[in-house]
Design a protein around this ligand. Structure first.
Ligand SMILES: [Fe+2]
Length: 185
């Protein structure tokens, strides 16, 4: 039995406020990729999916005239640091096991190498999965951050992911056709 579900995280106002800055559809998609990769590699799919959903929760609002200002972002961004802290605070507040909260937060911290000194960090398998899951969802011109889903579809996908996590490893087959069609909208 899990202390905290993906749906608990999704519906918390902190997650709603901060994950939406860089796209809820992207976050859900990365959570699905992380789940599938964790299944393949024998990693805890619950931790992977949670870290996938939360990986970009650290973003600041970089919008200028409705568009993301990538110059300011590249110069000033610290979203992995901010994200690890926000994710940890949210998970603990929701009642997550402290060891799990730490692992998820570290995967958020290390999901991108933009802030890391080159070649000096050996990623854990969970951290590697979250990084790969994020890369899998990236689209040209950062379009993955602008993709939108109806909130009813978001909720459906999150609940479906919770069911898959609870039914793992039996549910570790590739996502259903219905899930793929929902994610591609
Ligand atoms: Fe991302």
């Amino acid at each position: 039995m899990r202390n905290v579900t993906i749906y608990d995280i999704y519906q918390h106002p902190i997650a709603q406020k901060y994950i939406r800055r860089s796209g809820m559809a992207h976050a859900i998609s990365v959570a699905y990729h992380a789940f599938s990769l964790a299944c393949e590699k024998g990693i805890n799919p619950d931790l992977a999916a949670k870290a996938g959903l939360l990986h970009d929760i650290g973003h600041y609002t970089w919008y200028k005239d409705g568009e993301w200002d990538y110059n300011a972002y590249k110069k000033n961004d610290i979203h992995p640091i901010k994200g690890a802290e926000r994710a940890h605070k949210l998970l603990i507040r929701l009642g997550e096991n402290p060891k799990a909260a730490k692992e998820i937060s570290l995967a958020v911290l290390l999901h991108t190498d933009s802030l890391l000194p080159e070649g000096q960090i050996q990623l854990s398998r969970l951290q590697e999965i979250v990084h790969i899951a994020d890369e899998m969802d990236k689209q040209p011109n950062h379009q993955h951050h602008y993709r939108q889903l109806d909130q009813s579809k978001e909720k459906l996908l999150i609940k479906q992911l919770d069911k898959k996590i609870e039914a793992a490893p039996q549910s570790c087959s590739s996502p259903s056709i219905r899930t793929i069609s929902l994610l591609s909208n």
